[in-house]
Design a protein around this ligand. Structure first.
Ligand SMILES: [Zn+2]
Length: 273
């Protein structure tokens, strides 16, 4: 009898503990699921990856205020870093510390495809990539991404450079001639996070004539398909842009469209994850 009562008492205690454990486990599970769902929703939203090439550090720095005010991420691919004054290197370090990404855009801005006609992949790496990486590392900039000068690359170079970078930026061949395709039909300028380590991009400097209506169509596709539209430009200027420049007013309008379409922005190396 005594044994039975004690047994029942012990059973009840065990049941209560089990119930509490179950509630606790359920609680932990709900919290982790919730975080997971939030992460996935964040990942699943479409967006824009805004990139700039070459060495227009002063102009990028000036533009960065508008980008910060609007919470817009951007990536600056720097070339010929050996020619930059220390004041420009400091600006790149500041941009890096503000959360912008600083990528590598070659040492001498060489056309890789032409170069590889008479050189090896090793030659390209040791002459065009490594010297830039060495200076960037010394300057406390540690690039995770590379953008090809002139968007010139090939598969073997891509494979080689992916040993040194998380992701590589190409440009769409559609803009090497007067654009015939609708922007929203150029599949390679749209991607999903983690989908590819070589991402193409759409030129939006003034010479590419990507007007607001074309931008809207591209952003609409990014929103509908939950894709990321990757674009590139060079030198932001206040007004009277010439080829390979982009007016700050155009970028500000682009920013308002990104907000209107409720899109995220990403740094370039975030596309690799
Ligand atoms: Zn360039």
């Amino acid at each position: 009898m005594f044994f039975n009562i004690t047994r029942r008492y012990v059973d009840r205690i065990i049941m209560k503990i089990n119930n509490k454990l179950f509630t606790l486990l359920l609680f932990v599970l709900l919290i982790s699921c919730n975080e997971h769902i939030v992460d996935n929703l964040e990942d699943y939203k479409g967006g824009v990856c805004l990139t700039f090439d070459d060495a227009y550090v002063d102009q990028w720095y000036k533009l960065s205020n508008s980008l910060i005010e609007n919470n817009i991420k951007a990536t600056f691919f720097v070339t010929m870093i050996n020619t930059l004054a220390s004041s420009k290197l400091e600006k790149l370090q500041t941009l890096d510390s503000l959360g912008f990404e600083i990528g590598c855009h070659g040492y001498k801005h060489i056309d890789a495809v032409k170069y590889l006609e008479s050189h090896t992949l090793n030659d390209y790496f040791y002459n065009e990539v490594l010297p830039a990486l060495n200076i960037m590392d010394k300057s406390d900039l540690h690039p995770k991404s590379y953008s090809y000068p002139y968007g010139m690359n090939n598969d073997s170079l891509d494979n080689y450079l992916l040993n040194y970078f998380e992701i590589l930026r190409d440009v769409t061949d559609e803009q090497r001639k007067p654009l015939e395709k609708e922007v929203e039909k150029i599949d390679e300028i749209f991607c999903k996070k983690g989908e590819s380590k070589i991402v193409s991009s759409l030129g939006i400097d003034i010479n590419f004539n990507i007007n607001e209506s074309k931008l809207r169509n591209a952003l609409q596709r990014a929103k509908e398909n939950k894709e990321i539209l990757c674009v590139y430009a060079h030198c932001p200027v206040d007004s009277n842009a010439i080829s390979y420049q982009i007016e700050i007013g155009y970028i500000k309008n682009f920013i308002s469209l990104i907000k209107e379409y409720e899109l995220n922005t990403y740094t370039f190396s975030e596309l690799a994850k």
